[in-house]
Write a protein that binds this ligand. Sequence first.
Ligand SMILES: Cc1cc2nc3c(=O)[nH]c(=O)nc-3n(C[C@H](O)[C@H](O)[C@H](O)COP(=O)(O)OP(=O)(O)OC[C@H]3O[C@@H](n4cnc5c(N)ncnc54)[C@H](O)[C@@H]3O)c2cc1C
Length: 454
Amino acid sequence: MVGAGPGGYVAAIRAAQLGLNVACIEEETALGGTCLRIGCIPSKALLESSHRFSEAKESFAQNGILLEGVKLDLAAMLRRKEQVVNTLTRGVDALFKKNRVTRYLGHGRFVAPQTLNVENSKEPLELKAKSILIATGSKPATQPGITLDGVRVVTSTEALAFAEVPKHLVVIGGGYIGLELGSVWRRLGARVTILEFLDRILPGMDGEISSQAKKIFEKQGLEFHLGCKVRSVRVEADQCRVDSEGQDPITCDRVLVAVGRLPNTDRLGLENIEVELHKKGFIPVNDNFETSAEGVFAIGDVITGPMLAHKAEEEGIACVEHLVTGHGHVNYQTIPGVVYTHPEIASVGRTEEQLQEAGTPYRKGVFPFRANARARTLGSLEGWVKILAHAETDRILGVHMLGAHVGDLINEAATAISFAASSEDLARTCHAHPTLGEALREAALAVSKRAINF
Ligand SMILES: Cc1cc2nc3c(=O)[nH]c(=O)nc-3n(C[C@H](O)[C@H](O)[C@H](O)COP(=O)(O)OP(=O)(O)OC[C@H]3O[C@@H](n4cnc5c(N)ncnc54)[C@H](O)[C@@H]3O)c2cc1C
């Protein structure tokens, strides 16, 4: 294994469970990859803390809880985030020990087929293996005209650790990373302007949800400039000047560049095993995740597909299971996507736009959270659940949600799609009351126009 992110570390453990002798090379001291160290986990810790801060200021009074002088201790908030990260990364160390995965600290580089050097400050160590899995993940991308300086013009890594709240943060990119981190700093008091090249936020997600979410985020104070082509960012003393085509320049004190991520193949020695890269730098693989070099496999962010931790995990498991047992498969239709803003956005399967483009006949059931009893008790009335089912077979093809905790609800939808459930199956499944999950059932009933509570 090269890389101990969610793809590599999960694959290492599964391979060890299946009886293989496993070594994992990771160049960072802490295991867990982008996800645990500088991605999913620290961002969710800050989203939670900043959400509580904004609730304490804005909505506790409606619940009869009166607080005076609510103040931010940013250093404590960042410390809590670090503690969460450290606990989880140390947990991966413990899992490696439990499963007898041998860990090598250093940079892995192919020197010949089936041979890797582990490079660190000591003498390079040579490791030979019959099968090698590349799980080296990704790194932030930037664009021409923008030079990252790690202080004023930064990536998500630095934006997870600003020592003080920016006065005005400009976020370039209206994808999930830009929206999540923009929300964090907005809640903590920054003015936040999001610049997006396309005419919508969250490209690839359900169109209705994306436009509704934008309205909600605007009410929360996020400012959006859509169709905005950023030409350059210049740092002048402690200010940044962002120039975009056809728009007035924006002056701010921090710029977060969140324009996507690039596969990590730096100094991996792929030329020594004759693996050629896809034009965007991804490693091409076949259905069993094998590269053009025999015995060399690749999974996760370093290959094509959604750059998500659970997608990397699924691929890691499928890859080693196929290697050992001859069977291993990932159903890409059941990989959910979640944006952890407030409200959350969650999606699995096909969008309406994709069904229309493919000419697939479908029926749609929608149920709003304002008609859900649990949402009322939570005071979270925004959003809805939308289910798309095949017009003839009733098989569920896609589920899209906007609302509180929908990131947890989406797993039920993913299970339904993976078992090829119909909307009728979901509608006939008894759901506990009062729960947010009842909205999913009601949306399933709405597919055949028989929702009860709306
Ligand atoms: C701010 C942010 C928030 C995110 N939030 C979410 C989320 O909420 N949910 C979600 O599903 N995804 C999220 N992601 C994406 C997620 O982190 C990635 O999709 C996931 O980590 C990919 O896993 P991976 O194992 O392929 O690679 P990575 O996690 O990137 O791990 C690769 C590892 O390989 C190591 N490495 C690289 N090259 C070498 C080498 N030559 N030798 C040794 N080691 C090497 C790296 O140090 C790294 O530890 C987020 C990402 C970011 C940046």
